[in-house]
Design a protein around this ligand. Structure first.
Ligand code: NAD
Length: 545
């Protein structure tokens, strides 16, 4: 029962800790890194609040030291999927029936736990399991996820306040019901915050969820489930089912109770899921909501008026932080011929100077790429460029997977605006750069627009205001997140709602009210206070004298 119209706390973005030498936060994080590195963690599935062990084991390793096993995770299949769906459906009415403030409180508590006692463990797990530096982990697994929890509660309150007009004699209302059935949340390896947000955003709105994280991020997912439990999330609301994509995905998508998919990952996998949903459409009780944030080939285009120093910094940070494995990472750059001589040497020396290695050594700027498959993708692109007649390796080009999956930050320079790696997503620290004739600004904007099928993030560097407006106009549909004189990464919840269109997804803007609207199915209610008692209308009355 709710006997108040509650006002939620105003969300404020979580401050980023800097982990400077000598700080208490640095000492505490290092101690947790040491503890986790020295422990073998067993990671069960969690269904209806119970730990489930299948004995079919996968290994969580450190990408930067792949011989170091952090622990083993149990993998499910069709049987565990069915149990998880049953659990989700069983508790749905009770969970949705709680006052909305009760559901909101669970996630506000999760935010405070993560800001406090869980911060180190989630940051350390993300560093070790996904090879993030402490700064990259802090802005992801701590700050962004805390922001998702707190801002989503505020957005949800706005959703509930959305109500229609009422004419005299009646009261019209909108009830923001959760979807009927369960939601399938499928998360990628690269952001712990996304992994945390995909199941919790629908859950906040009263849905129950089957959550499948990427196998390369089960380690941090394991600690997220502990966080949810401690925050008071009732059993069965979010069920963690780990395993291979198809082993879990196929039985889930066959369920008649599938109400929605909250996916982030590659375009290829989302296409496959959409196709399967289409094939199964006759079996579903409702049309499943399909929300997918997918791949990118994010650009930086510089105008002849660009500031060369700001441009250089944006390229280095935008392309190589977290080894280029941010969906928003700059992966193609277009530089005018007048600016190229001004940035070339600085780019080479800065990229050459990037320190790469074990993320527990805080002096490193980069760790390793996530796994052997990604290593092969980067290596193939580098080898291809070395052999190509229309491309050169400007800097980088080294790789070594003997200890960890290390790929040196690499810039390929190509004279060919249709070169393959200006088009295809590599999702690693390999950037492709094209120098264009400074007199061909408008033509180059068109090339940027049409070269790749994606449209996630993009940036323009220019001091000339007309040029900025031209880029805004020509590239209107080339990026869902557009930056002016800034790198195309680093979107903040509540400030730059995130997502792209074309092959980059359904653009349902994580971290905004627009995303939550996908997890509700409103019911319109009209109540008439004094109902009509006669079927005939006045125009039918006899008007003969
Ligand atoms: P991926 O597509 O390989 O995997 C994503 C998830 O899908 C994983 O949990 C995986 O196990 C699962 N999966 C695979 N096959 C499946 C199937 N048949 N049925 C159900 N689930 C299945 O992606 P990834 O390598 O983990 O992440 C990198 C990709 O994610 C990149 O393409 C990147 O651009 C994209 N990404 C996009 C955004 C965004 O906001 N647009 C954010 C982060 C990552």
């Amino acid at each position: 029962m709710s006997l108040a119209i509650s006002k939620v706390p105003t969300p404020i973005n979580e401050p980023v800790r800097n982990y400077a030498p000598g700080s208490a936060e640095r000492a505490s994080l290092k101690a947790t890194l040491g503890e986790l590195s020295a422990t073998q963690t067993e990671m069960p599935l969690v269904i209806a609040g119970k730990e489930v062990r299948t004995g079919k084991l996968g290994r969580a390793v450190m990408p930067h030291r792949h011989a170091h096993v952090l622990g083993e995770f149990h993998q499910g299949g069709a049987g565990e999927v069915q149990s998880a769906i049953d659990a989700a459906l069983r508790v749905q009415k009770d969970w949705a029936g709680l006052p909305w403030e009760a559901r909101a409180s669970v996630f506000l508590k999760a935010a405070d736990l993560l800001a406090g006692p869980y911060r180190d463990v989630l940051n350390a797990a993300t560093m070790l399991g996904q090879s993030k530096t402490c700064h990259q982990a802090e802005i992801d697994s701590a700050c962004e996820l805390i922001d998702f929890f707190r801002f989503n509660v505020a957005f949800y309150e706005q959703v509930l306040r959305e109500q229609p007009q009422s004419s005299p004699g009646m009261w019209n209302r909108l009830e923001h019901r959760p979807l009927e059935g369960f939601v399938f949340a499928v998360s990628p390896f690269n952001f712990t915050s996304i992994a945390g947000n995909l199941p919790t955003a629908p859950a906040l709105c009263g849905n129950t969820v089957l959550w499948k994280p990427a196998s390369t991020s089960v380690y941090s997912a394991h600690f997220l489930m502990q966080l949810f439990k401690e925050a008071g999330l009732p059993d069965g609301v979010i069920n963690l089912v780990t395993g291979s994509g198809a082993d879990i995905g196929n039985p889930v998508l066959a369920s008649p109770h599938l109400a929605g998919i909250h996916f982030t990952g590659s375009t290829k996998v989302f296409h496959q899921m959409w196709r399967t949903v289409g094939d199964n459409i006759d079996t579903y009780k409702s049309y499943p909501r399909l929300v997918g944030e997918t791949g990118g080939k994010d650009f930086i285009i510089a105008h002849p008026s660009a500031d060369p120093v700001a441009l250089t910094t944006a390229i280095v940070r935008g392309a190589f932080e977290y080894q280029g494995q941010k969906c928003s990472a700059a992966s193609r750059v277009y530089v005018p011929s007048n600016i190229w001589p001004l940035i070339k040497d600085a780019l080479v020396s800065q990229v050459d100077g990037i320190r790469m290695g074990d993320v527990a050594d805080f002096s490193n700027f980069m760790g390793a790429v996530i796994d052997a498959s990604s290593f092969r993708t980067q290596k193939a692109a580098i080898d291809e460029a070395k052999a190509a007649s229309d491309a050169d390796i400007l800097v980088g080009g080294g790789y070594d997977d003997s200890e960890g999956y290390f790929v040196r930050p690499t810039i390929i320079v190509t004279t060919n605006p249709d070169y393959r790696t200006l088009r295809d997503e590599l999702f690693g620290p390999v950037l492709t750069l094209h120098v264009y004739d400074e007199n061909k600004w408008l033509e180059t904007l068109d090339i940027v627009d049409r070269t790749s099928p994606y449209a996630l993030t993009g940036a323009v560097f220019a001091q000339d205001r007309h040029a900025i407006e031209q880029a805004m106009d020509h590239l209107r549909n080339a990026a869902g997140n557009f930056y002016i004189n800034d790198k195309p990464t680093g979107a903040v919840v509540g400030q730059q709602p995130f997502g792209g269109a074309r092959a980059s997804g359904t653009n349902d803007k994580a971290g905004s009210i627009l995303n939550l609207l996908r997890w509700i199915s409103p019911r319109s209610i009209k109540e008439t206070f004094v109902p009509a008692t006669r079927y005939a209308y006045p125009f039918m009355d006899d008007d003969r004298p």
